[in-house]
Design a binder for this molecule. Structure first.
Ligand code: DX5
Ligand code: ZN
Length: 230
């Protein structure tokens, strides 16, 4: 996983056909996505329940790009190894998930995975300064986590601008998660984001039998984002 700041589109399989993950992943990758975003929810940190490590291990052989795993779980530390063993390339934990984020990030890096740190919309940047050297990716939530298909929260554009300035030359990705469409993607690309997660906006209109809309949706988001970068 060589670092660059090119725009990367990461479809969230939360919006895929749950009875058909292997083919859905093949379809979005064939149609041009860069990463595959996997939303893990525990019914406690967020009010929804999704995927455990065996499901991730089962889909891993179908992913040729990057398995980008977003853990919306608390506690998180005791599950990191299992999600790493399932083949995660990036493991993102929430800063709100516990009191020892520094230790959590160290534990993720110790597995060999890239360490991501997610921030809920209401969380500020005050507590990230002394974590910068342990982070490979910041995930800025532009919805309250738990569900796909929610409305983009505009106040987060300003947060991303400030975060981008804090990061400076460090090789840290800024990922945006929630409500990304061809309309909202340019705001975040201009603010300094490089990884755009999109669930409903990628999967709408398509299916494994008719994957062309996935490609059109991915291109529409990517083109809109790249347009403002010049
Ligand atoms: C929300 C998840 C997101 C979500 C994005 O808790 O972390 O990844 O699936 O879905 P859309 O793009 O539909 O907002
Ligand atoms: Zn997510």
């Amino acid at each position: 996983m060589a670092f660059n700041r090119d725009i990367k589109i990461a479809p969230s399989i939360l919006s895929a056909d749950f009875a058909n993950f292997g083919q859905e992943i093949q379809a979005i990758e064939t149609e041009g996505c860069d990463w595959v975003h996997v939303d893990v929810m525990d019914g406690h940190f967020v009010p929804n329940l999704t995927f455990g490590p065996p499901l991730l291990a089962a889909i891993r052989p179908h992913i040729k790009t990057v398995m980008d795993v977003h853990l919306m779980i608390s506690p998180v530390d005791e599950y990191i190894e299992a999600y790493a063993a399932a083949g995660s390339d990036v493991i993102t934990a929430h800063i709100e998930a516990g009191n020892h984020t520094h230790r959590t990030l160290q534990a993720i890096r110790n597995t060999g995975a890239k360490a991501g740190l997610a921030l809920n919309p209401g969380t500020g940047l005050d507590d990230v300064e002394y974590l910068l050297d342990l982070v490979d990716l910041f995930c800025v939530m532009t919805v309250n986590p738990g569900f796909g298909g929610q409305k983009f929260i505009h106040s987060q554009v300003d947060k991303v601008k400030k975060l981008r300035a804090m990061i400076g030359d460090r090789p840290i990705h800024i990922e945006i998660d929630g409500g990304i469409t061809p309309e909202t993607a340019p705001l975040m690309a201009a603010a300094g984001a490089d990884v755009l997660v999109a669930g409903s906006a990628v999967f709408k209109g398509g299916s494994v039998a008719n994957p062309a809309p996935y490609g059109r949706n991915i291109r529409a988001i990517r083109d809109a984002a790249n347009k403002v970068l010049g």
